[in-house]
Design a binder for this molecule. Structure first.
Ligand SMILES: CC(C)(COP(=O)(O)OP(=O)(O)OC[C@H]1O[C@@H](n2cnc3c(N)ncnc32)[C@H](O)[C@@H]1OP(=O)(O)O)[C@@H](O)C(=O)NCCC(=O)NCCS
Length: 188
């Protein structure tokens, strides 16, 4: 069985307009902390800062050679051996096919492998239950319920804070690989 061909590549200057278009889609913005329309000028400022900040990393998620989403690391702290991450698949038509699960695996492996960090954190709006459950299925533990943590459309929203330690990952890594194999992904 051959599964989806998923690849993560560095964001380049040529991705700038695509990222603004994706981020302004309501089915992406609704899960982010801010969902006001992002202007071209604001996006250009954000993009330049994003690519030059050593505490951040951005990858385009490609499915069968087509760009389909964005994954990123933030708050990379070598001193505290940790960083945070987030991701989205821009088109709902590519969701639910196992792409997200593979991205989750790839990012975790990258953070604990080549980057040598020992903790990976993330925050998810509490109503985005499918996603915090997805993180938990990869070994993340809920470490916080951050009450009224962000305001969207004039309303306070609660956020789940999750953390995965390299030690946690060592315990679930093989089982996670087995789950991905069952979805058609191959590993050496
Ligand atoms: C989060 C996201 C990247 C997940 O990617 P995906 O490709 O849809 O997820 P997968 O198909 O790999 O599914 C992984 C698991 O999550 C479950 N899942 C995914 N979406 C789900 C949903 N909406 N409801 C219930 N379960 C869901 C799947 O059943 C699967 O479980 P399994 O491994 O036991 O079979 C994608 O849905 C997305 O971009 N959502 C909008 C943006 C977003 O919420 N980003 C996270 C912000 S913190």
């Amino acid at each position: 069985m051959s599964g989806p061909q998923v690849l993560l590549r560095d964001v380049s200057a040529a991705d700038r307009d695509r990222l603004r278009a994706w981020r302004n889609q309501s089915d992406v913005a609704q899960w982010m902390y801010t969902d006001a329309e992002i202007s071209e000028a604001d996006h250009a400022r954000w993009f330049a800062a994003a690519l030059s900040d050593p505490a951040r990393r951005y990858w385009i998620i490609e499915l069968d050679g087509e760009p389909v989403g964005l994954a990123n690391l933030a708050d990379i702290s070598p001193a505290h051996r940790k960083c945070a991450w987030a991701y989205y698949l821009a088109s709902p038509s590519v969701r639910g096919k196992g792409v997200g699960a593979y991205v989750e695996y790839w990012v975790i492996e990258h953070v604990f492998g080549p980057m040598g960090l020992s903790k990976l954190c993330c925050e998810v709006l509490v109503e985005n239950e499918a996603v915090w459950r997805l993180h938990e299925s990869f070994g993340f533990r809920r470490e916080a319920l951050l009450r009224q943590h962000v305001w969207k459309n004039g309303e306070p929203r609660d956020v789940v804070g999750l953390g995965l330690l390299a030690d946690d990952w060592a315990m679930v890594r093989e089982a996670s690989r087995d789950r991905l194999r069952a979805k058609g992904y191959a590993f050496d």
